[in-house]
Design a protein around this ligand. Structure first.
Ligand SMILES: Cc1ncc(COP(=O)(O)O)c(C=O)c1O
Length: 389
C-alpha cells in the first residue's frame, strides 16, 4: 500500500470488514425510521423524476426521448477543450467563473456583473428562490410547467401557487397576476413552456409586468429559447434591459448539448446578480464545464446549424401529426406535447413497445423530445397506429 493512498488506516477502494457485503457491513436501520429530525416539508415534496433511460424490445434500436436532451454529441472543438481541461481537475475551478462570464457578457451584450452562473439553470433557479424567499413567502407559476418549480419552492420553505394553463396549454398571465399577494416574492414564467410547448408573447408579458409590483422578481425561464420561431414570442433580454425586477434564465443543457456538464446562468440587474452569487454552491460550476461552455459559444455557428436541423425535424413531426389529424399545442421547443388525459399511459406504452422512451405526466399527457431522425419517424408511426386525437 503506498503512502499516498493511505488515510486513517484504510486504503482507497479497500473495505473495512473482510468478508461482509456492504449491506451486511452497514450497521444502520434498513427501513426509513430515523431518530434524526428532518424537515417536515420533505415528506410532502414529490421526488424529482428524471427522464427514464432508453430501453427497447430485442432487435429494436432504443431512443431516449424523455429528457429534452440534444441528440448530437459534443463538437470536436468542444471535446478538445474538455480533454485539455480534464488534465487540471486536481485544482478547484475558478470560483468567480471569470472567463465564461466575460464570454457570455460579450455574446449577450450585457455587463459581466449582470451574469450569475450555476450548476445548470435548475441550480440558478434555486439560487433565485433562496435569495428572494423567506419561510411562508409565495412563488407563483403556471401548471403544468417545469416539474422542478414546486420542489425548489418548497425546499426554500416557500409556498407554490400554481395557476392552470389555458386550453391551448399556454400561460394565463391575467390569472397569474390575480394570484399575486403581498407574500409573493417570485413569479416564474416558462417560455416556451415545458412540457406543453407554447411561448408567452412579448406584448402580453410587457402588459403583465406593467402591473406586477416592482419588488416581485419575475423569472423568464428561457431554457429552450434557441428553438423558438414564433415571431411574437418573448425576447427575455429585451424585457430585462428596462425592468429591474426581471431575471432571464438560460442553460447550456439543451441547444448547446452540454446537459451532462451542468452549467446554466441568469441575466439579472447587478444587486440581484450579486444575491445569486451569494446563494450559489461555492465552486459549483466545474472547470471542465466552464471551458466547454466557452468553446460552445465560440462554435456558435456550428451548434446553430444543429439547432436549425432540430427545428426542421420538429416542424416535420408536427406537420406529419397534423396530417394524421392530431390537434396538439404549438411547440417552440425541442419536444411535442400530447395532451392525452386518461390515454397517456396507453400512448406511453405504445411508444415503449416501439423502443421510444418518452415522458408521461400522470393523466395529463405525454411529452416527447425531438431526437434522432429515425426516432422522430418512429414516433410519427406510433402516433399513426395509435390514432389521432
Ligand atoms: C424550463 C426548464 N428550465 C430549466 C431547466 C433546467 O435545465 P438545466 O438545469 O439542465 O440547465 C429545464 C430542464 O429540463 C427546463 O425544462
Amino acid at each position: 500500500m503506498s503512502e499516498s493512498t493511505e488515510h486513517a488506516g484504510v486504503s482507497v477502494g479497500e473495505s473495512v470488514t473482510e468478508d461482509a457485503t456492504p449491506q451486511e457491513a452497514y450497521a444502520g436501520s434498513p427501513d426509513s425510521a430515523t431518530p434524526v429530525r428532518l424537515r417536515g416539508v420533505l415528506a410532502q415534496m414529490p421526488d424529482y423524476k428524471p427522464g427514464k433511460p432508453a430501453a427497447a424490445p430485442a432487435g429494436v434500436t432504443a431512443y431516449k426521448l424523455s429528457s429534452n436532451e440534444n441528440p448530437y454529441g459534443p463538437l470536436p472543438s468542444v471535446l478538445a477543450a474538455i480533454d485539455d481541461a480534464a488534465a487540471t481537475v486536481n485544482r478547484y475551478p475558478d470560483m468567480a467563473v471569470t472567463a465564461l462570464t466575460a464570454r457570455l457578457a460579450r455574446a449577450l451584450d450585457v455587463p459581466a456583473e449582470c451574469i450569475a452562473t450555476g450548476t445548470g439553470s435548475v441550480a440558478v433557479l434555486t439560487q433565485i428562490v433562496n435569495a428572494a424567499c423567506d419561510a411562508g413567502d409565495e412563488v407563483v407559476f403556471a401548471w403544468r410547467s417545469f416539474e422542478a418549480y414546486p420542489i425548489v419552492t418548497q425546499l426554500a420553505g416557500a409556498k407554490p401557487v400554481m395557476v392552470g394553463l389555458d386550453e391551448q396549454a399556454r400561460h394565463r398571465l391575467d390569472a397569474m397576476f390575480a394570484a399575486i399577494t403581498d407574500r409573493t416574492r417570485v413569479v416564474l414564467v416558462c417560455t416556451p413552456n415545458n412540457p406543453t410547448g407554447p411561448c408567452v408573447h412579448q406584448a402580453e408579458l410587457e402588459a403583465f409586468l406593467d402591473k406586477v409590483p416592482s419588488d416581485v422578481v419575475v423569472v423568464v425561464d428561457e431554457a429552450y429559447v434557441e428553438f423558438v420561431r414564433d415571431p411574437d414570442a418573448v425576447r427575455g433580454l429585451d424585457v430585462w434591459r428596462h425592468r429591474p425586477n426581471v431575471v432571464v434564465l438560460r442553460t447550456f443543457s439543451k441547444a448547446y448539448g452540454l446537459a451532462g456538464l451542468r452549467v446554466g446562468y441568469a441575466v439579472a440587474h447587478p444587486p440581484v446578480a450579486a444575491a445569486l452569487r451569494k446563494t450559489a454552491t461555492p465552486f459549483g460550476v466545474n472547470s471542465v464545464a466552464q471551458v466547454a461552455a466557452i468553446a460552445s459559444l465560440d462554435a456558435f455557428d456550428e451548434l446553430n446549424a444543429r439547432v436549425e436541423s432540430l427545428v426542421a425535424e420538429r416542424d416535420r413531426v408536427v406537420q406529419a401529426l397534423a396530417d394524421q389529424g392530431w390537434t396538439l399545442p404549438r411547440s417552440d421547443a425541442n419536444f411535442v406535447w400530447f395532451p392525452l388525459g386518461a390515454e397517456s399511459s396507453a400512448f406511453s406504452a405504445a411508444c415503449a413497445d416501439a423502443g421510444l422512451t418518452v415522458r408521461q405526466y400522470g393523466d395529463d399527457g405525454v411529452r416527447v423530445t425531438i431526437g434522432e431522425t429515425e426516432a422522430n419517424s418512429r414516433l410519427v408511426e406510433v402516433a399513426a397506429r395509435f390514432g389521432a386525437r
